[in-house]
Write a protein that binds this ligand. Structure first.
Ligand code: NDP
Length: 260
């Protein structure tokens, strides 16, 4: 163990096949955690498992569509049996967005997919994980939020609301579950180079929003997934034992809002 180590800890990271989740899986495993991850794509999961094995990282995985309540329950059953009923770290990372749209253009399907994946599934996984986190004696939940959940980015009102809901849940859980030795924190990345961003940039309006957001960043470039995962790992270390209920931006935005 030790203050700056995750040795002996168990972790569930949702959406670990690509992007930020992939970097978090590797970061936690390199610091000594045993990691379980999930995504909807069995083929991609299998490829990642081979790659992690060749890198000497201890990772297991199972397919789960987090939009399904039944599949979330099955995922937590799997996690419980793989980790013998004890989970130290839950990272609610998996998230989706759509092409940029005005609020008047979003459909009911957009609403269910975005709120369901980004918020409802994270909420339910916290409920399901609670007994496992408590049994570990030292639990830590990290939500992958977004600066969009704090500031008004254009053309993504549902996504932003889903992240703002996470930010609030972070504070509630920090207060409710401190007595169970469970901490809860939220990490809010800015624009980060992932497949989600590639998809947003396919759309001309998406490309414009992204370049405006990047111009708001003092470092003036797009972030890398491993520049987010480092902060997630820190929040899980024993060294972070007094940090709870916090929302931490990965990088500053100069203005407070980005008008549409
Ligand atoms: P990616 O799209 O690159 O990766 C998302 C991961 O989540 C994939 O592994 C994907 O696998 C999985 N996933 C998506 N939907 C589901 C589902 N229903 N069930 C199970 N797994 C699912 O996204 P990012 O890495 O960019 O995003 C990760 C998190 O970071 C998200 O919450 C996002 O909102 C947040 N974020 C990203 C920013 C960015 O600029 N990239 C900025 C701020 C926040 P599969 O599709 O195969 O299921």
């Amino acid at each position: 163990g030790g203050r700056w180590s995750l040795k002996g800890m168990t972790a569930l990271v949702t959406g670990g096949t690509r992007g930020i989740g992939h970097a978090i899986v590797e970061e936690l495993a390199r610091f000594g955690a045993i990691v379980h991850t999930c995504s909807r794509n069995q083929t991609e999961l299998n490829q990642r498992l081979l790659d992690w094995e060749s890198k000497g990282l201890t990772v297991t995985a199972s397919v789960c569509d987090l939009l399904s309540r039944a599949q979330r329950e099955k995922l937590m059953d799997t996690v419980s049996s793989v980790f013998h009923g004890k989970l130290n770290i839950l990272v609610n990372n998996a998230g989706v967005t759509t092409v940029p749209k005005e609020t008047t253009e979003f459909t009911a399907e957009d609403f269910s997919a975005i709120m369901g994946t980004n918020f409802e599934s994270a909420y339910h996984l916290c409920q399901l994980a609670h007994p496992l986190l408590k049994s570990s004696g030292n639990g830590s939940i990290v939500f992958i939020s977004s600066v969009g959940g704090v500031k008004a980015f254009p053309l993504c009102s549902i996504y932003s609301a889903s992240k703002a809901a996470m930010n609030q849940l972070t504070k509630n859980l920090a207060c409710e579950w401190a007595k169970d030795n469970i901490r809860a924190n939220s990490v809010a990345p800015g624009v980060t180079r992932t497949s989600l961003l590639d998809n947003v940039e396919q759309d001309p309006k998406g490309m414009e929003v992204v370049s405006r957001l990047v111009s708001q960043n003092p470092i003036g470039r797009i972030g890398e997934p491993n520049e987010v995962s480092s902060l997630v790992a820190f929040l899980c270390f024993p060294a972070a034992s007094y940090i709870t209920g916090q929302l931490r931006w990965v990088s500053k935005m100069i203005q407070h809002t980005v008008p549409g």
